[in-house]
Design a binder for this molecule. Sequence first.
Ligand code: FE2
Length: 196
Amino acid sequence: MGRSVDPWNNDAMTTTTKLTRMDESTAEQWAAIGKETMDNQGRVADGVLALLRSLADITDGFAVDQLTHCLQTAMLAERAGANDEMVVASLCHDIGKAVSVPNHPKIAAEILKSYVSDDLYQVIRAHQDFQGRHYYHHFGGDPNAREQYRGEPWFDLAAQFADEWDQIAFDPTYDTLPLEHFEPRVREIFGNPKSL
Ligand SMILES: [Fe+2]
């Protein structure tokens, strides 16, 4: 039996609008689109978790795959007393490698940007230059690349992240918990954007 649906009614089963071009859109259409987008916010965490799982296919010469590396980095952060945002940012810091390794820090930082503090966004965006202290010299790079950020309010956190968690998190013998351990926090943080 048919049911009439008012596309402008926020209680409607579907809020699909008739918007075909933005320059002819209405405030009511945008209200419906906004509600539908927020109703579907959970898909962001689904996507992040899927990208993280895909990192299990990337090893590229390390002792562990990149999912294990991300889990271990988050584990170390958690066991050091980091807050949930820092743990989730640690979990996601190399998620960009699922798309492109050379520019992975910026990809990861932009995925996190709307969901974590600006300090954490900056930590993840710059994390490779902080890591560089431990290996850039093998490529003729500057091991002190982090010095360009000296004085930033997030400098010490980025140094702790790189030196104490990220750079040592390739240990196949470490007691690393699975992705399911972090999933509730991933869903909580990616379910609540701080900014659009
Ligand atoms: Fe890493």
